[in-house]
Design a protein around this ligand. Structure first.
Ligand code: PMP
Length: 284
């Protein structure tokens, strides 16, 4: 596999970051995960825009233009002959000294990996996913902002460990208010009283690009979409639930903390939106 590293395509075994890179030392950097469907970079502009927004948030000056990074993604896909799959585009703070100061890191490192990803087994897309509500609380916006997609994912990883220890594949994370924020790598939707409900950005979430696509598709299908706080009780009592994300796509949730969601099988609205999402991808 060829990896794009700071403007050059190199063999994956040569694609290494210095141990003094603050991305390596402190998780100081930003990234995007992006799908490739039928040779096209899905929601390319939205991902590039979010990368630059995240970088601005952490005062990281990306040493490339948006177009240069788009071209670099294309180059990486072509070099690996990839028409479908998943791109990881990351920009780290770069090598510096020991000590936190990012101002001692003169040059960010940027890399692009074009590979594949399977977050959940295919069977779960048909039968649904069981989740738990994690004890690990999602970092609040005044701490590490969830709206910036930084390389600092330990908060989410701690919740993922809880999920795996509980024998399920994903965890729902609450915010410091006790409301539902999101999952470790996906946004969450419930169906209640015929309305599709998803936590607002003020709940402290990554504003998912898949979330946005699904909200638009729902609106086009005439489904009412509401962004509002969701309590754990509302999740337990929801008629349907599903998660969205670049890697996850749209996946039904059929159990929360051992309780069935609705009838315990993927809901009708969830299946309708999954189909609409697949059509949308095909039309790209
Ligand atoms: N929340 C978190 C914490 C994530 O890591 C992701 C995946 N990047 C998402 C939500 C979904 O975002 P997107 O649809 O943009 O991939």
């Amino acid at each position: 596999m060829k990896v794009w590293l700071n403007g050059k395509l190199v063999d994956e075994h040569e694609a290494a970051l210095p141990v003094f890179d603050h991305g390596t030392l402190y998780g100081d950097g930003v990234f995007e995960g992006i799908r490739i469907y039928n040779g096209k970079i899905f929601q390319c502009q939205a991902h590039i825009d979010r990368l630059f927004d995240s970088a601005r948030h952490i005062s990281l000056a990306i040493p490339y233009t948006k177009q240069e990074l788009i071209d670099a993604m294309r180059e990486t896909l072509d070099a690996n002959g990839r028409d479908d799959g998943y791109i990881r585009l990351a920009v780290t703070r770069g090598a510096g000294t020991l000590g936190l100061s990012p101002f001692k890191c003169p040059k960010p490192n940027a890399f692009i990996i074009a590979a594949s990803i399977e977050l959940y087994p295919q069977e779960m897309y048909r039968k649904g996913l069981a989740v738990i509500i994690a004890k690990t609380v999602r970092t609040a916006a005044v701490m590490v902002p969830p709206s910036a997609k930084t390389m600092n994912y330990l908060n989410n990883i701690l919740a993922k460990i809880e999920a795996v220890n509980a024998g399920v594949a994903e965890a729902v994370m609450l915010n410091t208010e006790g409301n539902i924020a999101e999952c470790t790598g996906d946004n969450i939707f419930i169906l209640a009283d015929g309305k599709l409900i998803t936590p607002p950005t003020s709940a402290g979430i990554l504003v998912g690009i898949t979330r946005g696509v699904v909200m638009d598709l729902a609106a086009k299908l005439g489904i009412e979409v509401v962004e509002k706080d969701i309590t754990p009780a509302e999740l337990y009592e929801a008629d349907e639930c599903f998660l969205t994300g670049t890697a996850a796509e749209v996946i039904p949730v059929t159990k929360v903390d051992g309780r069935n969601v609705g009838s315990g099988t993927p809901g009708e609205m969830t299946m309708k939106l999954t189909a609409a999402f697949r059509d949308f991808i095909e039309q790209q």
